[in-house]
Structure formats: structure tokens, C-alpha cells
Design a protein around this ligand. Structure first.
Ligand code: DX5
Length: 230
């Protein structure tokens, strides 16, 4: 089998650390900074011990930028929110394997709504949990923190899990991106990208860079590309 073509590196900001009083401005600044899409961390206070924003907030910013939006649904049994997330302008919907009683069906519902289905794995959840739905998704998100909050420490023991998932995707010749989220910054992105992630979500490390969002985005892209020998 020919070696799988490397997938494009994508730098994706989470707006979780942004100033919630100025989320529209943050989206405009992120677009200027050269990010590839924006991730909205939707938290329900049940699946994770935190509550963030819903479809109306996302929709309010939609006309301000051209960037694709993805919704990271940290929501228990998320079928009720799927259509409103698509109506708000999200083109990728990420549901947690742990939050869906009928994951296979839920991923199919996302596809029927015209959005790209994606599935997330918490740190304790094995790759095996998504083995039988890899044909339904365009992306798998491997969490490198326990979900609910930004600014947490990167869990490096997720790297073997990333490598296992990458092997599975390549062996099956699947057109699936591998995303990581949590604690991604200049000191951790090389390990994640080197283990197989090509879509890298960063929140704190982007917004805290003293040289600004553009510098942070370019630096993360450079490091991730280098880690994959590009
Ligand atoms: C956790 C969130 C965070 C956020 C980014 O539920 O999903 O991972 O996106 O956080 P940091 O600040 O770790 O990049």
C-alpha cells in the first residue's frame, strides 16, 4: 500500500479563553491571524462541569468572518442540539463517544443535516470505542486534557493513542483527520503532531502569546510541520 499522503496541518483556535464580552472581535482577529477554522467549545454543565455558549452566540458571530466553524459538543446526548448548531453556521460537529447512547446513529444524523461528523475521545477512552464508526466520520478528536476547562496541562500519555489511531486510519485508507485539543502550545505541539495529529486546537497558548495571535499561529504551524518532517 502506498504511504498515506500527509494530511494538511490545521491550526484551530478554541475561543474558550477569549473575552466573552467581545467574541465577535476575537473571531475577526483570529481570521486576520491566519487560523484555519474556529472551534466553539459548547459545554452543557452536565457532560462537563462547566457551561459556555449555545447556538445563538455562535450565530451572532457567523456573519463577521469567512472561517469554517466547528462545534465541540461537550453535551450529554447531543441529538437535540445538532440542528441548531448547523443553523448557527457550524459545518463540523464533534460529539463525544462517551456522551452518545447511540453514537453510530448520531453521527449519521449529523451527516443527514449536511455537516461533517466528528467524534471525540476523552483521555480514558480507548481508540476501540470508535473503531466501528471510523467510516462515518471526517475527523477524530483525541482529547489531551480532561474536558471542561482551558489552561490545563497537556497529557503526553495520549501520544501512543494518537499513534494507534493514525495506524488504524492509514491501514484502512480512510480520509480522516486526527485532531488534538488541550494543552497544545509551543512545548507540546511537536509531540502531538509527531504522533499523528494534523488538526491542532489551541486556546490559552494562542491568546497568551505576547507577540500576538498571528505570531502564535505561525509558530504552532511551523512546529507542527517540522514534527511531521515537512
Ligand atoms: C477543554 C477545551 C479546551 C480548549 C483549549 O474542554 O476543549 O481544551 O479547547 O484549551 P487550552 O487552553 O488547553 O488550549
Amino acid at each position: 500500500m502506498p504511504p498515506a499522503a500527509p494530511r494538511p496541518i490545521e491550526i484551530v483556535p478554541s475561543v474558550l479563553p477569549a473575552d466573552f464580552a467581545h467574541l465577535g472581535d476575537a473571531c475577526i482577529e483570529l481570521e486576520k491571524a491566519g487560523v484555519d477554522r474556529i472551534q466553539w467549545d459548547v459545554m452543557d454543565g452536565n457532560f462537563v462541569p462547566n457551561l459556555t455558549f449555545g447556538a445563538d452566540v455562535i450565530a451572532a458571530t457567523r456573519p463577521l468572518v469567512q472561517l469554517p466553524y466547528e462545534a465541540h459538543l461537550m453535551v450529554t446526548e447531543p441529538t437535540w442540539i445538532l440542528d441548531t448548531m448547523v443553523e448557527a453556521g457550524c459545518t463540523t460537529l464533534i460529539v463525544h463517544a462517551e456522551a452518545c447512547q447511540h453514537l453510530h446513529r448520531t453521527l449519521g444524523q449529523i451527516r443527514e443535516l449536511g455537516a461533517a461528523p466528528a467524534v471525540a475521545l476523552n483521555p480514558a477512552t480507548p481508540v476501540a470505542a470508535v473503531e466501528h464508526v471510523l467510516d462515518l466520520v471526517e475527523m477524530v478528536l483525541v482529547m489531551t486534557v480532561n474536558p471542561g476547562f482551558g489552561g490545563q496541562a497537556y497529557i503526553a500519555t495520549m501520544e501512543p493513542k494518537l499513534a494507534e489511531l493514525r495506524r488504524l486510519v492509514v491501514e484502512r485508507g480512510l480520509d480522516v483527520d486526527i485532531e488534538v485539543d488541550g494543552g497544545i502550545g509551543p512545548s507540546t505541539i511537536s509531540g502531538a503532531a509527531g504522533a499523528g495529529a494534523n488538526v491542532l486546537v489551541a486556546g490559552s497558548s494562542l491568546f497568551r502569546d505576547p507577540d500576538g495571535l498571528g505570531h502564535a499561529t505561525a509558530e504552532l504551524r511551523r512546529l507542527a510541520s517540522e514534527a511531521q518532517g515537512r
